[in-house]
Structure formats: structure tokens, C-alpha cells
Ligand binder design. Structure first.
Ligand SMILES: Cc1cc2nc3c(=O)[nH]c(=O)nc-3n(C[C@H](O)[C@H](O)[C@H](O)COP(=O)(O)O)c2cc1C
Ligand SMILES: [Fe+2]
Ligand SMILES: [Fe+2]
Length: 393
């Protein structure tokens, strides 16, 4: 569903809400409600498009763009981020507007050349540059590796609007236009899951960016992201939340027990571990990977101090869902976290050291040797599991 929202007399948001698209960013990020994608059109003396959209939506958005253009051509295309969900239809836009000037970061040009194999009227922009398009001036700021090298922001000075592309996005699929129409906690929650899965691996760059941003003195009344809802009333809250994420804020007594289990033995161990952690005052959440949404677990990981990770022995290897989870954990570069591993086996204790080593390689501080049980934990073993946990937490 395409919706055009008029932001100012001559500024429009074009947004696609796709409730059927339950996999944000391809296959890696399962979402509950679907996805939304937005880009912006400024009808000044020079018609300026801020980003485009995934080419799968181009046929849907083109009639809306044409209606707004009303016979005019696009003079400028600002490319804030060269990822297919934003620039997938760039080449199609340029086909209809071959004379248009393209403004992007230095890294953006390289990324475009490697994806489009064609030269356009490229102009490198960055912090300190401005582009006059008539009554408005656009300023730019590179936001490198939040989350790709080419990312940048565009700021419309006269209207105090920040076009932030992926930054400050949310996985919120709702017809409302501005944040104030929604409950603040709900909006921030959706922003957090988005951050955990898209931005958290680059958390250090966010910290540097927020410091730089605090010094540029851009007064902001509206943030126009490429995903989710535009921010007007909750800008301060969103920035505070980003600062908290960037500071790697951790809850010391929060633990996640994450595991996979074929016949329920490792699951029984997980239950004993949860009971022990709860009895010691921990705030605990427990997830069996094959029965959970991985994006939600990554969200919960953001402020978790202790990860207790379990797998049974599957052909002398850890179970595939656990390996998948470990890759995500490693890629996210968590800091100052503790880890314990556990699991059940039938006739060989082989993969548990590997499990421990993999978590250690993800920079987790491993609190103890693997806690393991042969087949089904009996009462005595349940007590041993609890004792082993109690000794190290
Ligand atoms: C397909 C399959 C392969 C297995 N391979 C091994 C193995 O190589 N070595 C071993 O010690 N146990 C192996 N087991 C036994 C399980 O590790 C054992 O039954 C364990 O208690 C299962 O725990 P779970 O119910 O938490 O998955 C295998 C079990 C299955 C179903
Ligand atoms: Fe992106
Ligand atoms: Fe995106």
C-alpha cells in the first residue's frame, strides 16, 4: 500500500507499507507486522528526490511520483544510502531523468559504481557542503558505518528536517503519519528491536556519530527516517535511547537462557537453570531457538549481562540453530558480557567445548566449564546443575 503524506506545502513523504513482507532485509531479520519503506520529494525550484525505494515497489510508487511531479523532471537525487531497499529503483528513476544530478558521499559513489555499472552525474557531498535548490538549502553529514560505509544524512536547514535514512527507523507498520499519534513506549520498543538487529553491530560508530551530531548544532523539528514513523514529538526520547544503546547500557542481573533441544533433555536443564537464576534475583528470559523469533532474542540481548547457552550433542556438533545464533552474537560485538554453556549428550561429550570456545570467541567472559548431563537430567543432576550455576553467578 502506497501512501503520500504532505509534510509541508512542497515536501512529501512517499511510503510503502507492506504487511506481507515479514522478512526485513532479505532473509536475515524476521519481523512480526511487516515492513515499511519511505523516501521524500521536495518540490522546490529544483525538484529534489531524497532516496528511492526497493525496486519491487517501483511500479506501485511511480504513479504517485508522477502525480506530484505534474510534468516536471527531477533535478537532483540525493542518495543517503546505497542499499537495495533504498536505491533499488535508483537506475529506474535515472532512466526517466538522465539529466539529474546525483549527490552522495564519497563511499556512496564507490558503492553505486559497483552496483550500477554506469556513470551518472555524481557529486560528492559531506559535512560542510550545502546544496541550494531554490528557497531551501540542504546540508549533509556522513554517518559512516551506521550501518554501511556510504551512509549519510541530509538536513533541510530552513524547515529543520533531518532525512536520516536507516537511522532512527522502527519496525512499526502503522498508518499514522507522526510519532505523537502513537504511544511513546511502543514506538521506542520497535525502534529498539530495529537497532538491535541492524545497528548494534556498529554500536561504536553510533557513539562517535552522536558526539559529532551534538556539536553540529542542527536544530531539528522533524526526523524523516526511511523505515517506520516520522519523529516530531519524541525526538528527544529517541536520541536519549540511541545514546543509551551507544553507551552499551547493561542490566547486571538480567540473564537470557537460550537453547535448542531435540527431545527435551537440554530443555529440562534450561528450566533448572532458569529456576536457579530467578531464585538468585535475576530477571530471566528463556528461549528455545526453533520456537522463537531470532530478532526478538537479539533485542533482549542488548542489555543482558549473562547469556546461558545450551545445545545437545547432534552428530558430535552443536545444533544448527545454536550455530546460527552464535554467528549473530559474534557479529554484534557485545561488550562486557558473561557466558555459561550447557547441554545434554548421549554417548560423547564432544561439542560442548566447541560451544564454549565459540562463545569465548564472541568475547564473552566464560564463567565456568560446560554444564553437561548424560541423556535426561535426573533429580540429583538437576541439583548439581543449580549448584554449578549458583557457584559462579
Ligand atoms: C540426530 C541425532 C544425532 C545425535 N548424535 C549424537 C552424537 O553424535 N553423540 C552423542 O553423544 N549423542 C548424540 N545424540 C543423542 C543426543 O545428544 C541425546 O539424546 C541428548 O540427550 C539429546 O538432548 P536434547 O533432547 O536436548 O536434544 C544424537 C541424537 C540425535 C537425535
Ligand atoms: Fe541499510
Ligand atoms: Fe534500510
Amino acid at each position: 500500500m502506497v501512501k503520500v503524506n504532505k509534510i509541508k506545502d512542497n515536501i512529501y513523504q512517499i511510503r510503502v507499507i507492506d504487511k506481507e513482507n515479514k522478512n526485513f532485509h532479505g532473509c536475515i531479520f524476521p519481523v512480526i507486522d511487516g515492513s515499511s519503506y519511505a523516501f521524500y520529494l521536495i518540490m522546490d525550484e529544483q525538484v529534489t528526490l531524497v532516496d528511492t525505494i526497493d525496486d519491487i515497489y517501483y511500479d506501485e510508487v511511480l504513479p504517485e511520483i508522477d502525480k506530484l511531479l505534474n510534468g516536471r523532471k527531477i533535478d537532483n537525487v540525493i542518495v543517503n544510502h546505497v542499499e537495495p531497499d533504498h536505491e533499488g529503483s535508483f537506475a529506474l528513476v535515472m532512466k526517466d531523468n538522465p539529466q539529474a544530478n546525483v549527490y552522495t558521499s564519497k563511499a556512496g559513489i564507490k558503492a553505486m559504481q559497483e552496483q550500477f555499472f554506469k556513470e551518472y552525474n555524481y557529486n560528492v557531498v559531506g559535512y560542510g557542503d550545502s546544496l541550494n535548490i531554490g528557497k531551501y538549502n540542504l546540508l549533509f553529514m556522513e554517518t559512516p558505518l551506521v550501518h554501511w560505509p556510504d551512509n549519510m544524512w541530509t538536513y533541510l536547514q530552513e524547515e529543520k528536517i533531518l532525512f536520516s535514512n536507516d537511522a532512527f527507523g522502527q519496525l512499526l507498520v502503522d498508518d499514522v503519519v507522526y510519532d505523537e499519534e502513537l504511544d511513546k513506549d511502543k514506538l521506542l520498543k520497535y525502534s529498539r528491536e530495529y537497532y538491535a538487529n541492524i545497528v548494534m553491530p556498529n554500536n561504536k560508530n553510533v557513539k562517535a556519530l552522536l558526539t559529532k551530531f551534538a556539536n553540529v548544532n542542527w536544530d531539528i523539528e522533524l526526523i524523516c527516517p526511511a523505515h517506520g514513523i516520522m519523529l516530531k514529538g519524541y525526538i528527544k526520547d529517541m536520541l536519549a535511547q540511541y545514546q543509551s544503546f551507544a553507551n552499551n547500557t547493561i542490566i547486571d542481573n538480567k540473564a537470557l537462557v537460550v537453547y535448542e533441544s531435540i527431545w527435551g533433555n537440554t530443555k529440562l536443564m534450561a528450566q533448572s537453570i532458569v529456576d536457579e537464576l530467578v531464585s538468585k534475583g535475576y530477571e530471566v528470559k528463556s528461549y528455545q531457538l526453533s520456537k522463537s523469533r531470532i530478532s526478538e532474542i537479539m533485542d533482549e540481548m542488548m542489555d543482558t549481562k549473562l547469556l546461558v547457552l545450551g545445545s545437545s550433542n547432534h552428530n558430535n556438533c552443536i545444533l544448527p540453530p545454536v550455530a546460527d545464533f552464535l554467528e549473530r552474537v559474534k557479529a554484534t560485538h557485545f561488550e562486557n558480557r558473561n557466558g555459561i554453556v550447557f547441554g545434554s549428550y548421549g554417548w560423547a561429550k564432544i561439542p560442548f567445548n566447541d560451544l564454549k570456545e565459540r562463545l569465548a570467541a564472541a568475547k564473552f567472559n566464560i564463567l565456568t566449564e560446560p554444564i553437561i548431563v548424560n541423556y535426561t537430567p535426573h533429580q540429583e543432576e538437576e541439583k548439581t546443575i543449580k549448584d554449578e550455576i549458583a557457584q559462579v553467578i
